[in-house]
Design a protein around this ligand. Structure first.
Ligand code: 13P
Length: 250
């Protein structure tokens, strides 16, 4: 069976002091042994989070990385090798907040590849906007975002990756996809992978993201193709995040 994963995307939130408080709060949580837990702090707080969480079995990841694997002349960017060097294990690729800033599938293909080459686990984020959902284009949009990686590198790369389905209209809005809406998209994602390789499809973790809270996590994580969550706002509250992690362990 797939091991559930709950990941907290802290986005551009925090100060040195609030990060210290959040780490302290996470340290008090009883985290379930059967769940992989990860956090994605802003880059400047990654080292602080890694040091503070090293005894807690909480992996730390980056929210984004450069399109180049190694170090070099790319002002303002951080390479996946550099994130790996400081102890990151994962990296988000293609969060909708970055796609909205102009990141294309072509750029994201490169980020995905260089992240894996550097030994990081990419968490590929896919999801439709409200307009696309209302136009009935959800599966087409998500299928293209996923298909871009499959066409470029083959489906086997998902043996060492995670996929997060995050409908844009549910992010930070308090509107959550119903468990059935989320399940329908997750099942389509798994079917798209299974058409190429059933074993890879069976093994890959598919996380749901979009206003996940302790109050809705049990129902969402109870769906057959939802293997955990990528949590934004609620991951900034240690007690709430701890409860969401425990919901994945049920
Ligand atoms: P919220 O949980 O705040 O809706 O954010 C979801 C998200 O974007 C996680 O990456």
């Amino acid at each position: 069976m797939r091991r559930p994963m709950v990941a907290g995307n802290w986005k551009m939130h925090g100060t040195r002091a609030s990060v210290a408080a959040l780490i302290k709060g996470l340290g008090k949580q009883a985290l379930p042994g059967g769940v992989d837990v990860a956090v994605f702090p802003p880059g400047v707080y990654i080292d602080q989070a890694i040091k503070g969480l090293q005894d807690k079995k909480v992996a730390v990841g980056a929210q984004n990385c450069a399109v180049e694997q190694k170090q070099g002349a790319l002002t303002g960017e951080v390479s996946p090798e550099q994130f790996a060097d400081v102890g990151c294990k994962l990296v988000l690729v293609g969060h909708s907040e970055r796609r909205q800033m102009g990141e294309t599938n072509e750029m994201l293909n490169r980020k995905f590849a260089v992240a894996q080459a550097a030994g990081l686990v990419p968490v590929l984020c896919v999801g439709e906007t409200l307009e696309q959902r209302q136009a009935g284009e959800t599966l087409e949009v998500v299928g293209q975002q996923l298909g871009s990686i499959i066409e470029a590198f083959g489906v086997e790369v998902f043996a060492k990756a995670v996929i997060a389905y995050e409908p844009v209209w549910a992010i930070g809005t308090g509107l959550t996809a119903t468990p059935q809406q989320a399940q329908d998209v997750h099942a389509a994602i798994r079917a798209q992978l299974a058409a190429k390789d059933p074993e890879v499809a069976k093994g890959v973790r598919l996380l749901y993201g979009g206003s996940v809270k302790a109050a809705n996590a049990v129902e969402l994580f109870g769906m057959p193709d939802i293997d955990g969550g990528l949590v934004g706002g609620a991951s900034l509250d240690a007690d709430e995040f701890g409860a969401i992690c425990r919901a994945a362990g049920n």
